[in-house]
Design a protein around this ligand. Structure first.
Ligand code: PLP
Length: 414
């Protein structure tokens, strides 16, 4: 290893101590957790924030007049401010707490797209989207007579920008694209794509689930109209996520779910709605989750995105080199701009078999279609093995993966 890599590895070794689960030993072997695109592990700070909330603050928000309720409301709203600052939103009213990326996209499909879609209108997505950024649009299209248009990718998994521009038409009502592909790791040239769409007057939603923990996001400089992400892929808890939307859109959108908290007044004749962002937060929210998500954001801030990106990038290069050197391994997704995701197939051995042999060796990867069946179809494979990196992964863990693959080939005699 080069000296600079060694220094990075020292940093990563320190970071690892923040994650208690990394000390577990499946089958007596050190856990090598390379399934971070499915969900990330949680640092003490996040686990403590959630427990501390229930120990010291638990109460419902926006209702009670008592001391605890005020304290809970303050903590919940402070978390919203932390999120707004993290993604550089102009105002906290543009941050809606939801269950995750899936719910965020469904909210936009329901309250933004559906009322605007006429028969013959179009929504543009790409060939490498997560099902969460396909199916909500298909539902909206079914209900309105609109159609879905798909931007192709080339053999490396790079989106075809020329084809993207050609697909846009006066009938295009929305563009919805992954910031980073969860199946291949491709980082899309989102600034360019947004500028092109806006030139045609078309709003853009970004599915940021796979980007948010790995690259800094600035919704204002990107000028995206919506940005969706999940807390659990950002070292935060499950069940909490964020929809960012420009106030000018959110203000015109009808509520999605009805219930408590999203109203101002209710009568049987007429109900009036609360202001933003609460108009979109019906019912008791995941208060502890929002607070723990803010703790995750603070944690990342304490490490610094620059350092995280540098470590993950160096590890991705190392892992790419190592995997390409293994006989019979073919990487799927080799775009020039990539995040730490290595999707691959092994000649003659099913991805699930590879995954379970690796699991016996303590190496956790994902094997399957990664909720992106059309992306698999594009590359003519039913499934891939996916190793996905996070800030706590080391060169040794990549070596363990490669060693595990040697064992797979031994067992399957290829
Ligand atoms: C994980 C993921 C989603 C879905 O996130 P949920 O937390 O399951 O709602 C959507 N898009 C991408 C790119 C993802 O990686």
């Amino acid at each position: 290893m080069k000296r600079i890599d060694l220094e990075r590895e020292d940093l990563v070794r320190v970071w690892r101590h923040d994650f208690p689960i990394l000390d577990t030993r499946p089958n007596g072997k050190p856990l090598v957790y390379l399934d971070n695109a499915a969900t990330t592990q949680k640092p003490y700070r996040v686990i403590e924030a959630e427990a501390d909330y229930y120990r010291n603050t638990n109460s419902n928000v926006h209702r009670g007049v008592h001391w605890l309720a005020e304290r809970a409301t303050e903590a919940y709203e402070r978390s919203r401010a932390t999120v707004a600052k993290f993604i550089h939103a102009a105002d906290t009213s543009e941050i809606i707490f939801v269950r995750g990326t899936t719910e965020a996209i469904n909210l936009v499909a329901h309250s933004f797209a559906r009322p605007r879609l006429q028969p013959g209108d179009e929504i543009v997505i790409s060939a490498i989207e997560h099902h969460s950024n396909i199916v909500p649009w298909q539902l909206a299209c079914e209900q309105t007579g609109a159609t879905l248009k798909v931007v192709p990718v080339d053999d490396t998994g790079t989106l075809d920008v020329r084809a993207f521009e050609d697909l846009l038409s006066p009938r295009t009502k929305l563009v919805a694209l992954a910031h980073v592909s969860n199946a291949l790791g491709t980082i899309n040239p989102i600034k360019r794509l947004i500028d092109i769409a806006h030139k045609h007057g078309i709003p853009v939603l970004l599915d940021g689930a796979q980007a948010i923990a790995h690259v800094p996001v600035d919704v204002r400089s990107l000028d995206c109209d919506f940005y969706a992400f999940s807390g659990h892929k950002l070292y935060g808890p499950t069940g909490i996520g964020v929809l960012y939307g420009k106030a000018k859109w959110l203000g015109t959108m009808p509520p999605w779910q009805g219930g408590g908290d999203m109203i101002r007044t209710v009568s049987f004749e007429k109900t009036t709605y609360n202001e933003l962002p609460w108009k979109f937060e019906a019912g008791t929210p995941n208060i502890a989750g929002a607070i723990a998500l803010a703790a995750a954001i603070d944690y990342i801030g304490s490490l610094g995105f620059g350092a995280i990106e540098a470590c993950e990038h160096a590890l991705l290069e190392h892992a790419t080199d190592e995997l390409q050197r293994v006989d019979g391994v073919r990487l799927i997704g080799t775009a020039a701009e990539k995040s730490g995701i290595l999707s691959f197939v092994v000649d003659g051995i099913h991805a699930h078999d590879v995954g379970s042999i690796l699991s016996d060796a303590g190496v956790a990867v994902r094997a399957g279609h990664h909720c992106a069946m059309p992306a698999m179809a594009r590359f003519n494979v039913p499934a891939t093995v996916r190793a996905s990196l996070a800030l706590y992964n080391t060169h040794e863990e990549i070596d363990a993966l490669v060693k595990g693959l040697a064992r797979v080939k031994e067992l399957f005699g290829s």
